[in-house]
Design a protein around this ligand. Structure first.
Ligand code: MD3
Ligand code: FE
Length: 406
């Protein structure tokens, strides 16, 4: 029986829970590791820990958006071995850090081998829970494990200093965001893929800071005026191409005519990585080159009515990144703004890619859930959404006004 918030291991197979996994990844981030070697004992828990870690690590990306990698995976017996071969294999691969999962006495033999015969360093090693119980005796007391850090099953930390094992209770409970690192992509409709928790905390904070700058101008964030004389409750700032209903221009024609700020290449690169991850297909990504980004800000009252995005001259996917408060996103059909539609929660860090048959579906945001964001993001409240698009326009070309449904 799984009790939310208590049973961290939803798989309940003796492997590590998400809290433990998130803590290991957090420690590796502190070591600035990208390429890691994974070593584990042969007990079930350690094997599961190594598998689940490798999967989560490979699916995650570093601050520059580069996928993390596992250089090698090595296991070793609990007893009756020299441990020389696995020790060599574990340390031969060039890696920024070592990850160890072992709750068996095999670690005693293995670690003596590592210290005696390889260039292994305790201080660049992160351990899953259970290894701490295998650390004792002369090797520990001589300080040979100094610098080794590890986690507990509940996300608490331990480390070795001056020959002593020191424990840190799990302090602040980890944010939902960090716990969600392992959520899987879901294809909501053909070509429409939701990847929960795709942006890590660091990436989200970086985007918040960047959006704050873009919102200042040259064409500042504003409530876009609608042809019927009203204005949108959502506030928008554009990069690459300036959007007004219902066309793209190079200047802010509804403001002071300032040239729109360029779309940075790092943002287009992030969009390419998003398409590759959502579709699980690196080739789909290489052809994608978004040239416009719309950044929407929702305060707690803002809404976005059901509409289609059809001012682009191109069927390339739209990439959507959500940051801050959770919203209810309504994903409809291509025929009308009415039913059938599906309501989906989009939370901070979520990626949504809309391509193929879903590219011209009606969609909207009927509600934002105030106070649901992590305050550490640097947003005072509200929700940011970035949509990356290929306009299909070139140079100074300007789309013709059209009766849009937006
Ligand atoms: C489905 N933005 O800017 S993102 C928009 O959350 C827009 O700010 C919403 O709709 C927001 O046009 C929704 C999800 C989204 C964006 C573009 C799409 C869904 C889409 C284009 C086609 C189909
Ligand atoms: Fe839209």
């Amino acid at each position: 029986m799984s009790v939310p918030g208590q049973c961290e291991n939803s798989e309940d197979d003796g492997g590590p829970g998400r809290r433990e996994l998130a803590a290991v990844i957090g420690l590796l981030e502190r070591l600035d590791a990208r390429l890691v070697a994974v070593g584990h004992g042969r007990d079930l828990r350690s094997r599961r820990a190594a598998e689940r870690f490798s999967e989560a690590w490979r699916a995650s990306r570093d601050r520059d958006g580069v996928h993390r990698e596992v250089a090698t995976t090595v296991d070793w017996p609990a007893q009756a071995a020299s441990w020389l071969k696995p020790a060599r294999r574990f340390t031969d691969a060039a890696a920024d850090a070592w990850v160890v999962a072992d709750a068996t006495p095999g670690w005693a033999g293995m670690s003596k081998r590592l210290l005696a015969s390889t260039r292994w360093e305790a201080a660049r090693t992160v351990a899953f829970s259970g290894l701490d119980r295998q650390l004792s005796g002369a090797v520990l007391e001589r300080g040979e494990f100094d610098g080794l850090v590890g986690v507990d099953a509940d996300g608490g930390l331990w480390f070795v200093e001056h020959g002593n094992l020191i424990r840190h209770e799990p302090t602040t409970p980890r944010s939902e965001m960090e716990l969600e690192i392992n959520r899987e992509p879901v294809e909501v409709a053909p070509g429409a893929v939701h990847v929960p928790g795709w942006l890590n905390g660091e990436e989200q904070r970086k985007l918040v800071a960047a959006c704050r700058e873009w919102a200042r101008g040259p064409a500042p964030m504003r409530h876009t005026k609608l042809p019927n004389g009203g204005e949108m409750s959502v506030q928008t700032v554009c990069l690459g191409w300036h959007w007004t209903p219902y066309r793209y221009t190079r200047e802010a024609i509804d403001q002071d005519g300032a040239p729109v700020a360029p779309m940075p290449t790092w943002l287009a690169d992030l969009g390419r990585a998003a398409v590759g991850d959502a579709y699980g297909n690196a080739e789909a990504a290489t052809g994608y080159s978004p040239d416009a980004t719309l950044i929407n800000f929702y305060d707690e009252e803002a809404r976005l009515g059901m509409h289609q995005d059809k001012d682009e001259r191109c069927g390339a996917p739209v990439v959507s990144l959500s940051i801050g408060d959770t919203c209810i996103f309504r994903f409809g059909n291509t025929e009308s703004r009415g039913r059938p539609y599906t309501d989906i929660e989009l939370r901070s860090g979520d990626l949504f890619v809309f391509g193929g048959p879903s590219r011209f579906a009606f969609h909207g945001v009927p509600k934002v859930l105030p106070g649901t964001a992590d305050p550490a993001l640097g947003l005072q409240g509200g929700r940011l959404n970035l949509t990356l698009r290929e306009t299909g326009l070139s140079g100074e070309a300007v789309g013709e006004p059209e009766i849009g449904a937006r």
